[in-house]
Ligand binder design. Structure first.
Ligand code: BGC
Length: 755
């Protein structure tokens, strides 16, 4: 990371200002200094000249995606944009209706889990830079992203938006994304703070979790983005945590965010997620979005009645002004004058996509397909020809263009004949966990005809690319999937196809794990290719035809069956204590004016995170439960050897970094990237720990036959646990085993150190 970072002069300047030169690879737990700190005298003067009405006007939405500045003093409004993987189109000020502008089509970047599958902090930086560049063209001050909640359940409606089940991987990518955005003139808004890990009843659910799980699993991505990357904005989530709404949660907003991490910026509520006037401003919520139910007249009245102190209002105003000062506003006349999507950003989206695709299975070396050796390829599946930029509610992108898998394959096929059959239709119904879902219009069931066409196309093809998976209606904000089952009867179509042609490559276009029982029986090769952005189809074709070696690695565990995964195995998801309510977003859409928006239903369910620290692979490893594919897993078209692990010394003190060096060799025939991973296992511990935890990783590119010495470092600071009795981080002294490998299931080297 450091080497590449140095290339970016601006970044270096910012790092120097933030005083965080040594923090590019570590999560520091001290309060940070912030670039937001340079404006206090100016802000004093602004606040001194403001009326009460002007102050209160800053603390709620003005339009659906705008909050008020201080017009009398020439301070511009704050303008927000969804996020997180493309700058959302322009909408009417008080509704969700598109303005249908000609210039607001943007680059569709690969979605969250695709970015995470790159395991590359530098790529996340470029991604952030790309997002910021397009946000500036549109006059935006703050991107509503990155979305960095932990992927707690495989079925989560927003698993595809989020990064990973692992806090360390999520933290590294959040830091890259945040720096990339903020080094290029736009603020981030980290969302959804915090523990918004399910869509089912998200507007009402009360999440009960231990302090240790909160600190060690759920908060590190937010902590790292604030402490290391100086994030300027945070969005409070819809749900409650341990009894208090996130938008008025003193523990989250005041204790952790501002006091423990030294956050100097502003907190905005998720849309419709404010629940009080006095409690929320006192806890640290700056802006109620998008309306003014609680932070409008009610706040002014509370101020005048003495229920809220002027000093509290001034502090909330000050925090917004810091961000306003740090981000140069773009005059309206300069916004939207050119097309948002630009080739430089499409190139970034392409780079991300090429590094994200995960090869899960490749029996008999079916992949890559040699174009000189085949004549006809059958491409089957609705997802082959489906664009994935729109859908999913807030994260939908009006993309300038999107290369589908079919278009990508056709463009690279050369003389090979490509025959396409849709195979199944996504117009068929399916059941989800409830809540918000875009309903497809009812149509006559063409399933049998489509299946026959697919079988026909496959029967005389040299190879079949079955492009299935989910789509942006199936994986969406506002509801969770009921199961991991592939929707729309894909399994039965796949079986019919495989019966006439066993050379099937199954491509899962999905942001989350899907049930691969039938796929595994039918397809010798399986690829996870995500909702992979504007250039996704091109990157996929390059992998299928061997132009590049696949180099993505799973950012989550792939369970064999859903019941194996922790929240399901513990019986704490889905919750059964309350019915599934209509999603909070339905209320938002139903209201014509932003100011009328009310928070969700009166339904009250409780999500007890009883698996505690054992989220994702921490559960599977500790409980010795088999998985279909482990966290960190992904094949390539080459082979890598790991040898000679050495640690720099046998014992380390609390402020030192453990250094492990080993030799990585590409012993195959093709240039490829390996993602080397370091996990820590505690030996004879008295504190309870998961079996192993990711603490370092690096993507290494090697030519065939080449070797490289790789050093991975782990600050001992990173090995602390949250001591609930002491309310502080504590180090358990003893022996730790450092496990180096290619996934949690493929440890190649071991070394032991004392701490
Ligand atoms: C989503 C946020 C989004 C906001 C504005 C909410 O429903 O949860 O992620 O930024 O809407 O579109």
């Amino acid at each position: 990371m450091k080497k590449t970072t140095l290339k970016w002069g601006v970044c270096l300047f910012v790092l120097a200002l933030a005083g965080c030169q040594n923090r590019t690879t570590t999560l520091s737990r001290d309060v940070h200094t912030s670039r937001l700190d340079g404006y206090e005298a100016e802000i004093d003067a602004i606040i001194a000249g403001m009326t009460d009405e002007e102050k209160v006007a800053m603390l709620h939405g003005k339009h659906m995606f705008t909050s008020e500045g201080v017009a009398s003093q020439g301070i511009a409004d704050m303008i927000y944009a969804d996020g997180p993987f493309g700058i959302r189109e322009e909408m009417e000020p008080h509704s969700w209706n598109s303005l249908h502008l000609r210039n607001d089509s943007s680059t569709f970047f690969p979605t969250g889990s695709a970015l995470a599958a790159t395991w590359d902090e530098d790529i996340a930086y470029l991604y952030g830079k790309g997002m910021a560049t397009e946000a500036r063209l549109r006059g935006k001050d703050m991107i509503l992203g990155p979305a960095i909640n932990i992927q707690r359940i495989p079925t989560g409606g927003r698993t595809y938006e989020y990064l990973s089940e692992d806090p360390y991987l999520s933290a590294r990518l959040s830091v890259g994304y945040t720096k990339g955005v903020q080094d290029h003139g736009v603020a981030v808004c980290l969302k959804h703070y915090a523990l918004n890990n399910q869509e089912t009843n998200r507007g009402s659910v009360n999440v009960i979790a231990s302090d240790r799980a909160i600190r060690e699993i759920y908060l590190p991505p937010f902590e790292a983005a604030v402490v290391e990357a100086d994030a300027f904005g945070v969005m409070s989530a819809y749900n409650k945590v341990n009894g208090a709404w996130c938008g008025e949660n003193e523990f989250l907003l005041d204790q952790v965010l501002r006091k423990d991490w030294g956050f100097r910026g502003m907190v905005i509520s998720d849309w419709g997620g404010t629940h009080s006037t006095v409690r929320s401003v006192a806890a640290g919520l700056n802006v109620e979005m998008p309306g003014n139910t609680y932070h409008g007249q009610a706040l002014l009245d509370s101020l005048r009645a003495g229920a809220v102190a002027m000093s509290v209002i001034d502090e909330r105003v000050r925090e917004i002004l810091r961000v306003r000062k740090a981000i140069t506003p773009i005059p309206e006349s300069q916004a939207n004058v050119v097309m948002t999507g630009q080739p430089a950003q499409a190139q970034i989206a392409y780079q991300v996509a090429t590094k994200s695709i995960v090869l899960l299975k490749n029996e008999g070396g079916l992949l890559p397909v040699d174009r000189a050796a085949v004549h006809k390829i059958a491409v089957i599946g609705d997802n082959a020809d489906r664009k994935m930029s729109s859908g999913g509610v807030g994260a939908g992108v009006k993309a300038l263009y999107e290369i589908t898998p079919l278009a990508g394959i056709r463009a690279l096929a050369g003389d090979v004949q490509i025959v396409y059959a849709q195979g199944y239709t996504s117009q068929q119904g399916g059941r989800r966990q409830g809540g918000w879902q875009m309903q497809a219009p009812a149509q006559p069931d063409p399933a049998r005809r489509l299946r026959e066409e697919a079988v026909q196309a496959a029967s005389d093809a040299d190879v079949v690319f079955f492009i299935g998976g989910n789509n942006r209606q199936w994986e969406t904000e506002g509801s969770d999937r009921r199961s991991m089952q592939l929707p729309y009867n894909q399994d039965s179509v796949l079986m019919a196809v495989a019966a006439v042609n066993p050379k099937v490559v199954f491509v899962a276009v999905a942001g989350a794990p899907v049930d691969l029982d039938v796929v595994d029986a039918c397809a010798p090769a399986i690829v996870q290719s995500w909702f992979n952005g504007t250039e996704g189809g091109r990157a996929l074709a390059e992998v299928l035809f061997g132009v590049i070696s696949p180099s993505g690695r799973l950012p989550f565990s792939y369970p064999i069956h859903l019941e194996d995964s922790p929240a399901y195995a513990m019986g704490n998801f889905p919750q059964t204590d309350a019915p599934i309510a209509e999603d909070i977003f339905v209320n938002l859409v139903g209201n014509a004016r932003a100011g009328d928006v009310q928070a969700g239903s009166s339904n009250r369910s409780t999500a007890v995170y009883s698996e505690d620290l054992l989220v994702g692979y921490r559960w599977f490893d500790t409980k010795r439960k088999p998985v279909r594919y482990p966290f960190g897993y992904g094949l390539t078209y080459t082979k890598f050897d790991y040898a000679d692990a050495q640690i720099s010394k046998p014992k380390y003190s609390a402020n030192e970094e453990i250094e492990v060096t080993f030799t990585l060799s590409n012993t195959g025939q093709m240039a490829a990237d390996e993602v080397v991973q370091l996990y820590v296992h505690r030996v004879d511990a008295t504190v309870e720990w998961p079996e192993k935890e990711l603490k370092a990783f690096r993507r290494v590119a090697l030519q065939p036959g080449a070797s490289q010495q790789v050093t991975l470092t782990v600050p001992v600071e990173q090995l602390k646990y949250w001591d609930e009795a002491q309310h502080d981080w504590a180090l358990e002294h003893g022996q730790v085993e450092l496990l180096i490998g290619a996934s949690t299931g493929d440890i190649r080297l071991r070394a032991t150190a004392g701490i």
